[in-house]
Design a protein around this ligand. Structure first.
Ligand code: ATP
Ligand code: MG
Length: 400
C-alpha cells in the first residue's frame, strides 16, 4: 500500500550555502545503500525532505522488499528519520478516505485493546483550506466514527499510534511509522580519514563516530605474525565489514609490526615498549594516510584507560607524527562505548578472544609517563629504525 518513503534530515537543514552539497551527498549515499535491493527506486529532493519512490510498474513498494530498504536506510548517516507513506493528491476527501482504509489494519496490529492515538498534520501548503489543527480534528473524528468511540484514547504527547499527514503544494502524504535513522552528517561530506582499527571494543566505535560526522574511513591494523595467529587479522576484517555497512567499502591496510617489536625487545628499555610500539604505529599510519590522501588518523583512545593512554604517554605518542589525530572517545566512559558497540553490532565481534599485537613482548610494568626525549633516546638505540619502518610499509597487505 505504500508508494513513497518520506525521509527527514536535521543537521543538514542548518547548513547555509553548503546545504546543497550535503543534500546531494545524502541522496547519493541513499541511492548506493538501496541499489543492491531495489535499483529501480527513484530518490528525489523536495524542499527540506528526500522522497523515495518505488520506480516499478505497480507504483507500490513490494511488501517483502520495503523492510529491506528500511534496514539499509537505518545505516545512512544524515537521515534523522523516515516513514513509509502513501502519496496522495492535495484533496481532503481523498486523504480522509485513505486514512479510513489504512486505520483498521494499523489498529488491529496494535498489541493493546484500546491504544492511544493522535494525528499530527503539517501543512507547508498555506493555500490548503484547512489548518493543521483542523486536519487533525477531521481525521480523528472520521476514524472514531469508523472504528467506534471506544477503540482508542487520545494522547497528544506520547501515543501508541500516530497518524502523520503532510500537505504540500503538489501532493499530500499519510504515514504511521516514524523509523529513526542514525543522524549525523552524510558520509563523504567531510574528508577521508584513516582509522587505527584493533580488534578491541573502542576503535570500531571511534570509526563509527567519525563516519557519523561525515568522513569516510579506511582502516589500518597491526598484527605481529608469527607471534599472533591469522585470527587476529580475521577478527579485524570482520569488524571492518560491519563498519562498511555504514559507508562505501573502506580499504583495510594490514601491517606486520613483528620485526619492529623484535628490534624494540632487543635494544630498548622494557618499560617503554608499548609507547615505542604506539609511536611506530602512528608513524606507519601517517605514512599510509599521506600516500592514500587521508586527512587525519582516528583512534579509540580514551583518557586514562590503560598505561599508554595517560596524558603524558598520549602526548609522547602524538609527537611521533605531524598529522591531526581524531579521538572521539577520549572522554567516553567504557560503558557508554559498549552501549554504542552493541547498537552498531560490533560488540560480539570485538569480544572474540584472539591475541593482540600490542601484548607481544609487552612489559609487565609499563611506564605510565614516558617523556618524549626518553622515547627518542630509546628509539636511537635501534639500528636503522627508519629502514625497519620503511620495509614494514613496503610489505603492507591491502584488502580492497
Ligand atoms: P581498542 O578497544 O580499540 O583495542 P583499547 O582500549 O584496547 O582500544 P589500546 O589497545 O590502548 O586501547 O589502543 C588504543 C588505540 O590504539 C585503539 O583504539 C586503536 O585505535 C589503536 N590500536 C591499538 N592497537 C592496535 C592495532 N593492533 N592495530 C590498529 N590500531 C591499534
Ligand atoms: Mg586494544
Amino acid at each position: 500500500m505504500f508508494n513513497c518513503i518520506i525521509c527527514r534530515y536535521h543537521e543538514i537543514a542548518t547548513k547555509g550555502n553548503n546545504r546543497n552539497m550535503f543534500e546531494k551527498c545524502l541522496v547519493d549515499n541513499m541511492r548506493h545503500a538501496v541499489k543492491s535491493i531495489a535499483p529501480e527506486c527513484r530518490i528525489k529532493r523536495i524542499r527540506g525532505r528526500v522522497w523515495i519512490e518505488p520506480g516499478n510498474d505497480s507504483g507500490f513498494f513490494d511488501p517483502e522488499i520495503l523492510p529491506q530498504i528500511c534496514g539499509k536506510l537505518k545505516n545512512v548517516f544524515g537521515l534523522e528519520s523516515f516513514s513509509p507513506a502513501v502519496l496522495l493528491p492535495v484533496d481532503m476527501d481523498v486523504i480522509r478516505q485513505t486514512a479510513l482504509e489504512l486505520a483498521p489494519e494499523v489498529f488491529a496490529a496494535s498489541s493493546k485493546e484500546c491504544p492511544s492515538f493522535r494525528v499530527r498534520a503539517r501543512r507547508s501548503n498555506k493555500r490548503f483550506a484547512l489548518t493543521s489543527n483542523q486536519i487533525e480534528i477531521d481525521l480523528v473524528t472520521a476514524i472514531a466514527e469508523k472504528l467506534g468511540e471506544n477503540s482508542f484514547t487520545i494522547n497528544l504527547k506520547n501515543a501508541d499510534i500516530t497518524l502523520g499527514c503532510e500537505i504540500r503544494d503538489e501532493f499530500s502524504a499519510l504515514y504511521f511509522d516514524v523509523i529513526h535513522g542514525p543522524g549525523g552528517l552524510p558520509v563523504g561530506s567531510n574528508p577521508r580519514v584513516l582509522t587505527l582499527l584493533s580488534g578491541g571494543i573502542d576503535s570500531p566505535v571511534a570509526a563509527w563516530q567519525i563516519m557519523k560526522r561525515g568522513s569516510p574511513t579506511d582502516y589500518i591494523t597491526f598484527h605481529s605474525s608469527p607471534y599472533t595467529p591469522p585470527e587476529t587479522v580475521d577478527k579485524v576484517r570482520g569488524l571492518a565489514a560491519k563498519l562498511n555497512t555504514f559507508q562505501r567499502k573502506g580499504r583495510l591496510f594490514i601491517v606486520n609490526l613483528a620485526e619492529f617489536q623484535k628490534a624494540v625487545r632487543d635494544n630498548c628499555s622494557e618499560r617503554l615498549r608499548t609507547v615505542l610500539y604506539r609511536r611506530a604505529m602512528f608513524r606507519i599510519a601517517e605514512a599510509v594516510a599521506r600516500r592514500e590522501d587521508c586527512k587525519a588518523l582516528v583512534t579509540g583512545e580514551a583518557l586514562g584507560q590503560v598505561a599508554s593512554q595517560t596524558v603524558a604517554n598520549m602526548d609522547t605518542i602524538n609527537r611521533a607524527i605531524d598529522m591531526l589525530v581524531l579521538r572521539p572517545l577520549v572522554g567516553a566512559d567504557k560503558l557508554e562505548t559498549i552501549a554504542i558497540a552493541e547498537k552498531i553490532d560490533t560488540m560480539k565481534q570485538s569480544s572474540v578472544q584472539v591475541p593482540d599485537s600490542c601484548t607481544v613482548f609487552a612489559p609487565s610494568n609499563p611506564a605510565t609517563s614516558a617523556p618524549v626525549d626518553l622515547a627518542l633516546k630509546e628509539e636511537s638505540k635501534i639500528p636503522d629504525y627508519a629502514g625497519i619502518l620503511e620495509k614494514i610499509i613496503q610489505d603492507i597487505e591491502i584488502d580492497a
